[in-house]
Design a protein around this ligand. Structure first.
Ligand SMILES: O=C(O)CCC(=O)C(=O)O
Length: 314
């Protein structure tokens, strides 16, 4: 079983039949001089020595640059203040981004999805890709005002790729989304987290480490998980999390919790280290929705499984 799970050939065979969803990387493989097919495996090892264009606000200061951008000064003052800290902190909080009726509607759609046999469950606990089951949920994540803000931060167009619905705290250890949804060049991913209810300190809130986005990206090669030409590395996800924990300890990073009110939204950088705090109160809920967006003109793939990203056409 593990032999198949670790076989690059098995993934390539599966990918072979998914041409439409995988062609997006091909022009970029050519641009960077990589001899790859749409179904080939891909990992950070392939990009060693290749220069990629960096995200504008990774090399420029948001405090200086955002005020020059069209539409920024029209945003509420408290949003502007948080967004100005983007380059330094790697996150921004937009309080009250969604009004209560919009969230109530989303909560009710998600409640129905729980009973839908087509719903994709991850670890039996959270719903994945609900945006492909409900246009209204897609439009929540792709809200034009939100997309405009994300595009200011990324300096380029973004597209909503994935969503996750949580009902209770994830209790996930610290990680960077870039190990799951990886891009070349790095940084072409951005995420948002929306509270579907008022949260309490003891519900296992989302945590994050301000400034951690500036640390080196941890990829397969950084925890001995490269594998070989035909098979994936054999390290576990726990090994990756241990490596991140080491990075956190070495840097003496300070943790923050997102104790959000219903409708508040957090935006985080592709490499911001974050996770879910331990649940302190049995039975506490933490209804929330996460959206992940890829920016344009980047190779999109999944570092651990070395698979190119399947982008579903709408
Ligand atoms: O909500 C959480 O506890 C964790 C979310 C998360 O890590 C993610 O969606 O990448």
């Amino acid at each position: 079983m593990n032999l198949i799970k670790n076989s690059k050939l098995a993934y390539a065979t599966y990918n072979f039949f998914k041409k439409k969803e995988l062609m997006h990387n091909v022009p970029l493989y050519r641009k960077y001089g990589l001899d790859k097919k749409y179904y080939s495996s891909v990992s950070s090892e392939d990009f060693k020595g290749i220069e990629g264009e960096l995200i504008f606000l990774d090399t420029h200061d948001s405090e200086v640059e955002l005020p020059k951008m069209e539409g920024f000064s029209d945003l509420p003052n408290n949003w502007q203040e948080s967004l100005l800290g983007w380059s330094k902190n790697g996150y921004a909080v937009l309080e009250g981004f969604f009004d209560q009726p919009r969230i109530d509607e989303a909560v009710s759609i998600v409640r129905d999805l729980k009973k839908d046999s087509k719903t994709i469950w991850q670890h039996g606990k959270r719903i994945m890709f609900a945006i492909h089951q409900s246009d209204k949920l897609f439009r929540l994540g792709a809200d034009p005002k939100l997309i405009k803000i994300l595009e200011m931060l990324m300096g380029k167009k973004v597209e909503l790729f994935q969503s996750l619905n949580f009902f209770e705290g994830s209790q996930q250890r610290a990680h960077s989304d870039s190990i799951h949804m990886t891009t070349f060049p790095y940084g072409n991913l951005i995420a948002t987290w929306v509270a579907f209810e008022d949260l309490t300190e003891d519900c296992g809130p989302l945590f994050y480490y301000p400034g951690s986005h500036k640390l080196p990206y941890i990829m397969n090669g950084d925890y001995g998980n490269i594998g070989s030409k035909f098979s994936l590395g054999t390290k576990t996800y726990g090994d990756y999390e241990d490596r991140i924990e080491k990075q956190v300890n070495e840097q003496d990073l300070k943790k923050k919790h997102f104790i959000a009110k219903k409708g508040d939204l957090l935006i985080w950088h592709a490499n911001l280290l974050h996770g879910g705090e331990a649940i302190q109160r049995d039975g506490s809920t933490r209804n929330s929705m996460v959206f992940h967006y890829y920016a344009e003109n980047a190779i999109c793939y999944h570092e651990i499984t070395q698979r190119p990203t399947l982008k579903k056409k709408r």
